[in-house]
Design a protein around this ligand. Structure first.
Ligand code: ZN
Ligand code: ZN
Length: 313
């Protein structure tokens, strides 16, 4: 399965745009049964006009690097939801960015009580677990810690709101606003009882698009309680309570094949017609009348054609 997307060119402000470079949870998978939704672990590109953010460094960040070989900004802001392996293991393979001496990669970590990702990543990427340490790579890393709930403010004036999510060791939800549009990324999270959580509902209220952890179905959840993940049904409940206009499900279970996910998507859209299950390499212009699916190297499928007709907002 070829996955070398064409470079994305953002010469002008195209609004609030995200691209899913990895949507699989827990561990990467491969094989023909994953051809449509993809097997890479979480990595999402967010564009606020020309301003780029990268959320998470799962194995999908390899393809992000390949897709932006020529147009990546010198300073890359990498926002971690948290540091579990499926969200960090791709970082040394973020090529060619990490091999560029002029590149600065700023990481942001908000689930460790203010501690940055630096000490954890230094433990992870070190012998014998990994042959080289991050400081041996050509780029410069600057690791920033914050406490989830704070608003991140960047030197160019950009702001990103955050919230702490219920997950082992915590996870950070992000809210991006640009051009009158609002995008919320809510993964990894286990829903609470009662649900929806009022603070979270306020955080995502009125979002044009919410990306949500739907690793399990409601039927599967009872045997996976306490594992830190949620269901698409709980995503719909949160979206409908909070007036969220469209919903994308990510952190897909490694055992959920394309066939299973297409069936799940049909059930999802019966409950919320503007909802869909995210596909690797898919690009979404938040609030645009139509979403755009650009999975390089693959043919359109019936399901994808249906997806194109869904209004995102
Ligand atoms: Zn995860
Ligand atoms: Zn996790």
């Amino acid at each position: 399965m070829s996955k070398y997307p064409e470079p994305t060119i953002c010469a002008a402000d195209q609004g609030l745009v995200l691209r899913f470079w990895g949507v699989r949870g827990s561990t990467p998978v491969s094989g023909p049964q994953y051809a449509e939704f993809g097997g890479s672990t979480p990595c999402i590109e967010v564009r606020c006009g020309e301003r780029m953010f990268v959320v998470d460094a799962g194995s999908g960040i390899y393809n992000l690097g390949q897709g932006h070989r020529t147009d990546l900004p010198r300073d890359v802001d990498l926002l971690f939801t948290h540091l579990h392996l499926d969200h960090t293991a791709g970082l040394p393979f973020f090529k060619p960015a990490v091999l560029d001496a002029d590149r600065v990669i700023n990481t942001y970590c908000g689930n460790l009580g203010g501690e940055s990702a630096g000490p954890t990543l230094d433990r992870l990427f070190a012998p014998p677990l990994f042959p080289v340490t991050l400081d041996k790579l050509c780029c410069t890393f600057n690791h920033h810690g914050f406490e989830a709930g704070q608003t991140l403010t960047f030197p160019d004036g950009s702001r990103v709101d955050t919230i702490l999510l219920n997950h082992p060791q915590g996870s950070v939800g992000y809210r991006f606003e640009h051009g009158g549009r609002r995008l919320c990324l809510i993964s990894d999270i286990e829903h609470s009882d009662p649900w929806p959580d009022p603070e979270l509902a306020r955080f995502v209220a009125g979002a044009d698009l919410m990306v949500y952890d739907g690793m399990f179905t409601d039927g599967e959840y009872p045997t996976c309680r306490g594992w830190g993940h949620s269901t698409w049904q709980k995503g719909v409940e949160l979206a409908q309570t909070a007036g969220v206009k469209a919903l994308a499900i990510i952190h897909l279970h490694p055992a959920h094949s394309d066939t299973a996910l297409r069936d799940m998507e049909a059930d999802l859209q019966a409950e919320m017609p503007t909802a869909f299950i995210a596909r690797e390499s898919q690009s979404i212009t938040v609030g645009a009348p139509r979403s755009v699916s650009r999975r390089a190297g693959s043919r359109p499928t019936v399901a994808r054609e249906v997806r194109r007709r869904i209004k995102v907002a």
